[in-house]
Write a protein that binds this ligand. Structure first.
Ligand code: SAH
Length: 470
């Protein structure tokens, strides 16, 4: 962290701007808006600055700059058009321990002023350490369009109930939930739409009533195939509200970073033959946590209902009367298909697609081979890396041509994605020679040929796609 972000209370605080031109004017306006007791040191003032002085918003120090003027100031801005003078101001201020900003010179500055999105009392500050101002401006523009102008009104409205909410809900978790309920949904909409009286009456009702009890719930959330951009809004919102998150191996670290910072994180991952927590214990843990009143986020790779044991997990919840919700995610087959340029169905090549698991049960791959080897269909195999050779062999043995195109997509949609394309007879060898490891999907069918033309995604380093055929 190059700069430490803070918000300063400047009402009635002495602040000094050195300089009387455009840059000085911009800074003076901001400081005046923050209620600072403002002095501007410059031989002459630009007209607007002079007007501000006329309105009593600043005091003009008309003499030459002197280090003495810095004494006792909370903040100093060196905003003159003279670089040498600005640096001198910075040196003097540093010597006195007064915070100083040099306009357009982050290097010489002790503090910098961020770009702001002002929904007072709600304030968003954005900075790039002075390095990429254009990016900062672009982000600001986005946020400006994203956040309703009336958010300030909502923030003020909420602040009016803050003390009473503290008395009513001394417990922090309860209080947070009370506010999350209040600041989202119908009540917040009423404030944003200008029905503050109605909203206030509803707040009174909620504060006076028995109030929400601490009832926990479990959210079984699909996190998608790994690329954070592929999360759903619902998933993201729940990630930011969770009290505790249970995640496994397939949930990428980039995704976990999006979980509320204070949420407790529990790894319950299953590496094959290396169960971190047996399934029954995971199920029981979720029941216990929910009963403690926690909002439990069960984060799963891909989609929770596609080879995710989601059904088993919520069955236990249902049996125990624990409230739950299931949020779908993009399953890795969809992610891999899209990012490798392999449409799963295609009018000319495949009229259906089947998802199967290559995982062995009781020592063999128990699949309906006659069904899977019919022509004009795509088969996507999950968990099939270690059994790839047997799988491909079984496809051929059961009647699919050895020359049928087949691909493996490893770490689909992420920066580590690799695709290997071949045929049923060559794919196992290609996977071995490229060291394709789990997580990877195997896609079998004529659609694989399209990757040659349709692959668009390039992971960060070098080439994403290795196309090799006999
Ligand atoms: N519920 C998950 C699947 C869990 S089973 C989903 O909907 O995607 C685990 C298998 O999913 C892995 O063995 C692998 O075959 C596949 N998988 C998960 N994420 C993947 C990814 N990013 N790239 C390729 N395969 C992935």
């Amino acid at each position: 962290m190059d700069f430490f972000p803070i918000f300063l209370k400047l009402q009635q605080q002495p602040c000094l701007v050195v300089g009387g031109g455009e840059a000085a004017l911009r800074k003076a306006r901001l400081l005046a808006a923050a209620g600072a007791r403002l002095q501007v040191a410059a031989p002459a003032l630009a007209p607007e600055l002079a007007e501000m002085a006329g309105r009593g918003e600043l005091t003009h120090l008309a003499g030459a700059y002197a280090a003495e003027q810095l004494r006792g100031q909370r903040l100093v801005v060196a905003a003159s058009e003279d670089d040498e003078l600005n640096r001198r101001v910075a040196r003097d201020a540093e010597a006195l321990g007064v915070l100083v900003n040099v306009v357009d010179d982050a290097e010489a500055s002790r503090y910098i002023t961020p770009a702001i999105v002002d929904r007072s009392p709600l304030m968003i500050a954005i900075a790039s350490g002075g390095g990429v101002p254009v990016l900062v401006r672009m982000m600001r523009a986005r946020l400006e369009s994203l956040i309703p102008g009336a958010y300030g009104r909502l923030a003020r409205f909420a602040a009016g109930f803050r003390e009473r909410s503290k008395q009513r809900f001394p417990d922090v978790d309860q209080r947070r939930r009370f506010w999350e309920d209040a600041l989202e949904g119908p009540l917040a909409d009423a404030v944003l739409n200008g029905h503050e009286e109605q909203a206030a009456a509803e707040m009174e009702r909620r504060l006076a009533g028995a109030g929400p009890e601490t009832v926990g719930a479990v959210y079984l959330v699909g996190a998608g195939p790994g690329n954070p951009d592929l999360l759903t809004f619902r998933a993201l919102r729940l990630m930011q509200q969770a009290d505790v998150v249970l995640y496994d191996k397939l949930v990428a670290p980039e995704l976990l970073q999006l979980v509320r910072r204070d949420a407790e994180r529990v790894y319950v991952g299953k590496a094959r033959a290396n169960h971190a927590l047996p399934q029954d214990d995971i199920n029981q843990l979720m029941v216990d946590l929910a009963r403690q009143g926690k909002r439990v986020l069960r984060l799963k790779g891909g989609d929770p209902f596609t080879f995710g044991r989601g059904g088993e997990e919520i069955a236990t919840l249902a049996e125990n009367g624990v409230a739950f919700e299931v949020v779908p995610g993009i399953t890795s087959a969809s992610g891999a298909a899209a990012y490798a340029g392999i449409p799963l169905t295609h009018r000319d090549y495949a009229q259906s697609v089947t998802f199967v698991t290559g995982h062995k049960q009781d020592g063999s791959i128990a699949l309906d081979w006659p069904a899977l080897t019919r022509p004009q269909q795509t088969v996507v195999v999950y968990m099939g890396v270690s059994t790839a050779a047997e799988l491909c062999q079984a496809f051929i043995a059961n009647g699919r041509a050895a020359a049928t195109p087949a691909a493996a997509v490893e770490w689909a949609t992420t920066a580590r994605q690799r695709t290997v394309c071949g045929t049923l007879s060559t794919l196992p060898g290609l996977m071995a020679s490229h060291g394709i490891a789990s997580p990877a999907l195997i896609i079998v069918g004529e659609v694989v040929e399209l990757a040659d033309k349709l692959a668009w995604y390039r992971r960060s380093e070098n080439s994403a796609v290795t196309i090799q055929e006999d």
